[in-house]
Design a protein around this ligand. Structure first.
Ligand code: RB5
Length: 156
């Protein structure tokens, strides 16, 4: 898979090991930053990765901040994005099977490397089941369509 990854200054230290792991699994990975621990703002990177995924430039995205919360909320503001923040593998797997999530987020202050790798693997290996879940995911998109105006989401 072609994966986009991003973080904030808190998540940046865990990110290289996750990138290595993704490459080990055979995925292509592009890191959208940041590239240092200098203080920055998670919405910038959540937005960038989400826009890349929503535009179809990447199959899926991975985001890391301190808790995974702020960066996933930011990503979820981009139309077409279903980002999940997970601190255990069960929800990661089910979020793909039932909710067709296209971005996985986690917190570098919440999970250690080995747990993060397990979460990532379960999420990447899982497949959307469709069927009744597709109808519900469509209902999520309907909410989004009702609240986004036509030109929203374009770069400015
Ligand atoms: C940064 O201090 C912290 O707020 C951020 O990494 C993240 O946890 C936000 O949700």
């Amino acid at each position: 898979m072609k994966l986009a990854i991003g973080s904030d200054h808190v998540g940046v230290e865990l990110k290289p090991a996750i990138i290595d792991y993704l490459k080990e699994l055979g995925h292509e990975v592009k890191d959208f930053g940041p590239y240092s621990t200098e203080r920055t703002d998670y919405p910038k990177f959540g937005r960038k990765v989400a826009e890349e995924v929503a535009a179809g430039n990447f199959d899926s995205g991975i985001l890391i901040c301190g808790t995974g919360v702020g960066i996933s909320i930011s990503a979820n503001k981009v139309k077409g994005i279903r980002a999940v923040v997970c601190s255990e593998p069960y929800s990661a797997k089910l979020s793909k099977e039932h909710n067709n999530t296209n971005i996985l987020a986690f917190g570098s202050r919440v999970v250690g490397l080995e747990l993060a790798k397990m979460i990532v693997k379960e999420w990447l290996d899982a497949e959307f089941e469709g069927g009744r879940h597709a109808r519900r995911v469509q209902m999520i998109s309907d909410i989004e369509n009702d609240y986004h105006t036509e030109n929203e989401g374009t770069s400015c």
